[in-house]
Design a protein around this ligand. Structure first.
Ligand code: DSN
Length: 486
């Protein structure tokens, strides 16, 4: 990608690798080969503004396409339930080592297949460490199988009666932070904290008051649609005061932590007991998850597979090791800073053109538009933008009048286009193009003549005009420059 220019010889090698791979696939299922080619063309030809997406390097992508995929390796490094795992041990240990060094974490676990899996491992680990281990010690046994039926019933009730406090979905939290329909909202008694109704910002005093009243076992910090930084030192103070374990889900902003944009109180790793993340968002690695933990949680996290997870995806763990090695390069810090600078430019470009933003701006990689002032829903905005080649996702805003399906918001982010090389001026232009679409989108009507929340009309010529202007930006900042599939 443009911040890591490659020599022509390297580009030729990568092009040749992909051409030959596609030729092999074509020989078996040509429709998959065609869709793979088309996906590259589509990604190259659109403005990818989905805050949780990025473009992994060719080295990361190539690492995933190997025979590591064929190996079962349940267990953990050096303690597998299958023979012949010596090479899996090598790549898993490398991924964990890079993660520990990059984030300054005492312990890292590279097996989770996704962010949700990482959160499930964290829940399991905290329950095992905070509830199960003391219960086993009380009964002087090492394993739940050794408990009497009555004692096991008591332990099961204790495990299933734990409280979790996380950020609500419409304030920017994630489904797995205790959203009632999610398993996290079913396996725990949950309560949620929101944001200040006036400012849209986290109110730490309100979180503390709720924590004092609710006394959760787990306090979760972190978000997937909150456009501001979090003070994790304050969250840890709150957790300590009520005896909670602080779990931080940094899936969205792991790249900003890795790139030292979030330091001190904004770096969750020194403050949280357990930190979870994905590896494919701002961190720019393969699709997967990661858990970091303080030493006391290491042994329970380490049992994540097979307690919670299916067999590890060794080819993806190998790619995590490559991506984390990339993130340890000094150039990644420059990349992370540009993500944040570009988000400011995008937010300012939207606001100066009259768009309402949740919290009136951003200081991370996310910008959350409230499109209600355009008289349309988030769903209509998302669809109209896509017609013009601008890829976003609709998202609830706090106290959203249109609910979680139609929504009133559109969430955008800068990691992907920053990888392509977009800077502040390009993001200002992106803001202009988005406003052109939103201002020219009008809601349709239902068959009963009522205003529709889904159908819409985009003004004549707008999509073509925006696509043409985007093409200039995209051509100047090519995706995988030099990669030619022939
Ligand atoms: N799907 C991720 C996101 O878009 O933020 C969270 O799971």
């Amino acid at each position: 990608m443009s911040e890591t220019p490659r020599s022509d010889a390297t580009s030729d090698l990568i092009s040749s690798a992909y051409r030959q791979a596609l030729e092999v696939i074509e020989g078996v299922e040509p429709r998959v080969a065609a869709a793979t080619r088309q996906e590259l063309a589509d990604q190259r030809g659109s403005l990818k503004l989905i805050a949780s997406e990025n473009y992994a390097s060719p080295a990361v992508l190539l690492t995933m396409g190997t025979w590591f995929s064929d190996k079962y390796a349940e267990g953990t490094v050096g303690h597998r339930f299958y023979a012949g795992c010596q090479n899996v041990d090598t790549v898993e240990a490398l991924a964990a080592e890079h993660a520990r060094e990059l984030f300054g974490a005492p312990y890292a676990y590279a097996q989770p297949h996704s962010g949700i899996d990482a959160n499930l491992v964290a829940f399991w680990s905290i329950l095992a460490h905070r509830v199960e281990t003391p219960a086993l010690e009380k009964h002087s046994v090492k394993n739940v199988n050794e408990l009497s039926e009555g004692d096991w019933e008591t332990l099961r009730a204790e495990l299933g009666n734990q409280r979790l406090l996380g950020m609500s979905l419409d304030a920017g939290g994630h489904l797995t932070h205790g959203f009632r329909p999610n398993i996290s909202g079913k396996m725990f008694h949950q309560q949620q904290y929101g944001t200040d109704p006036e400012t849209g910002l986290l109110d730490y005093d309100a979180v503390a008051a709720k924590a004092r009243e609710f006394r959760p076992l787990i306090l979760i910090a972190g978000y997937s649609a909150y456009p501001r930084r979090v003070n994790f030192a304050k969250m840890r103070e709150i957790a300590d005061e009520v005896g909670a374990t602080l779990m931080v889900d940094m899936a969205h902003f792991a790249g900003l932590v890795a790139g030292k944009v979030f330091t001190g109180d904004e770096d969750p790793v020194p403050h949280a007991h357990v930190v979870t993340t994905t590896t494919h968002k701002s961190l720019r690695g393969p699709r997967g998850g990661l858990v970091l933990a303080q030493e006391e949680f290491a042994s329970s996290v380490d049992r994540g597979c097979p307690m919670v997870l299916g067999g590890p995806l060794s080819h993806v763990m190998a790619a995590k090791a490559v991506a984390l090695a990339e993130a340890r390069q000094p150039s990644f810090q420059d990349y992370a800073q540009r993500i944040a600078d570009n988000a400011k430019s995008l937010a300012e470009g939207l606001m100066k053109r009259g768009v309402t933003l949740v919290t009136d701006g951003t200081d991370n990689h996310i910008v959350l538009l409230d499109v209600g002032s355009f008289g349309i829903t988030g769903r209509q905005a998302e669809s109209a933008l896509l017609d013009a080649g601008v890829v976003t996702n609709r998202n609830s805003v706090p106290a959203d009048p249109n609910g979680a399906w139609y929504t009133s918001g559109v969430r955008i982010g800068t990691p992907a286009l920053t990888t392509r090389g977009f800077g502040a001026d390009e993001f200002d232009k992106v803001a202009e193009l988005m406003v052109d679409v939103l201002a020219n989108t009008t809601p349709g009507t239902t068959s009963a003549g009522a205003p529709s929340k889904a159908s819409y009309t985009l003004g004549d010529g707008v999509a073509d005009r925006v696509r043409a202007a985007s093409a200039e930006l995209l051509d100047a900042n090519p995706l995988y420059p030099g990669l030619d599939l022939g």
